[in-house]
Design a protein around this ligand. Structure first.
Ligand code: ATP
Length: 346
């Protein structure tokens, strides 16, 4: 399905009398609902029957209203539009709905074109290159001359990735399967959470607004995080990278300007490539012992690491703690008030 015309979404928005925030009950939904509640914005949870009990069990983070669906891939577009809802995409939302999100006739917070770039590895690489990010080297099997990570298409949260050290090992382990081979960077992973705002004056200036640093996390992966215990116990287990959760981190303050500059460059190039990103995004990085920052992916939407609700950088910007979920509601409220929803919703 092709991309729905922007004019159609603007037509839908022109009929909206109020603001309502909807998302799929998964990933960072509790945070999105909680943040909207703090801003007194009505919320809708798109939920399957089996998840209702869980999402109802948090009185301060449950949505005001549920739309029950058979599958989380079935976004009830007409019901959402009838309720003046703006859909907030998150990792699972994007994953479940896939390319159908392009044509979905409901206003989506941000720019749905950014999600096309997130989905397509080649587009993503060209974006990262244009933004001047230092990226791990991509290799062909015959070029493997160092430790490399092998990524399969459609992998979810690093599941199934493998490590190889030579061409011979590659053919033995991977064979003819379609995969991306990337230099394995040794260092500390850091996932900065940014928020691009059309209206705020805080943060670093971009060509179409400002980029704020909200927080930083580190993904907790099985078994990479715990492998030292297995090795110490004499085990010989292959490294794996399946995401289990996230842990908060703060960066050396001297590294922060470079991270802010990265956020700005990614925003500015997104404007040139596809009209800009709005709202939350993340650059997945690894910082080496020489303090070189490598970037291996951009997430053009809220990431799960923001579920850790206290991050000092958001407080430094807003004077009190503001979660990314709440920041989304704040931005939408302001756009609605200023009648500028078309600028940050597509
Ligand atoms: P998601 O879409 O959930 O972000 P994914 O399936 O696209 O995940 P990546 O984020 O690319 O996978 O990678 C998963 C994990 O693999 C990373 O969190 C990191 O631990 C490790 N990893 C990825 N690329 C590299 C690299 N070049 N060097 C070292 N480790 C890497």
């Amino acid at each position: 399905m092709g991309l729905i015309e922007k004019g159609k979404i603007e037509g839908i928005l022109s009929g909206y009398k109020k603001l309502c925030i909807a998302t799929v009950c998964s990933h960072s939904a509790l945070q999105i609902f909680r943040g909207a509640r703090q801003e007194k914005v009505h919320t809708i949870g798109i939920c399957t029957k089996d998840r209702l009990e869980f999402y109802k069990s948090f009185p301060h983070a449950a949505p005001d209203e549920f739309l029950v669906v058979d599958s989380l891939a079935d976004v009830p577009v007409d019901e959402l539009v009838a309720r003046d809802a703006v859909a907030v995409p998150h990792g699972s939302f994007v994953e479940y709905v896939g390319e159908r999100l392009d044509g979905m006739a409901v206003p989506v917070f941000g720019n749905r074109r950014s999600l096309q770039f997130e989905r397509d590895r080649m587009k993503m690489f060209s974006w990262m290159e244009k933004a001047g990010l230092r990226v791990p080297k991509t290799m062909k099997p015959e070029e493997i001359d160092r430790m490399a990570i092998v990524k399969f298409p459609g992998a979810k949260g690093g599941h199934g990735y493998m490590i190889v050290k030579s061409e011979k090992e590659y053919w033995e382990k991977i064979g003819k399967r379609k995969a991306l081979i990337q230099e394995f960077i040794v260092g500390v992973r850091a996932y900065p959470h940014y928020f691009h705002s059309a209206f705020s004056g805080a943060g670093f200036r971009t060509s179409y607004g400002h980029v704020e640093l909200m927080g930083v996390d580190r993904r907790v992966e099985s078994n990479a995080e715990e492998i030292a215990r297995a090795v110490a116990a004499g085990g010989n287990v292959p490294l794996s990278f399946t995401v289990m959760g996230n842990a908060s981190m703060v960066l050396r303050e001297s590294l922060l300007p470079e991270f802010m500059e990265m956020g700005r460059n990614v925003s500015d190039t997104s404007k040139e490539l596809f009209g800009g990103m709005h709202g939350p995004f993340c650059v997945e990085t690894i910082v080496t012992e020489d303090l070189d920052i490598y970037a291996f992916e951009i997430s053009a939407r809220i990431v799960a690491g923001t579920n850790i609700l206290y991050h000092p950088y958001a407080e430094f910007t807003h004077g009190e703690h503001v979660s990314t979920g709440r920041r989304i509601a704040m931005e939408l409220k302001e756009a609605f008030k200023k009648k500028k929803m078309n600028e940050i919703v597509y």
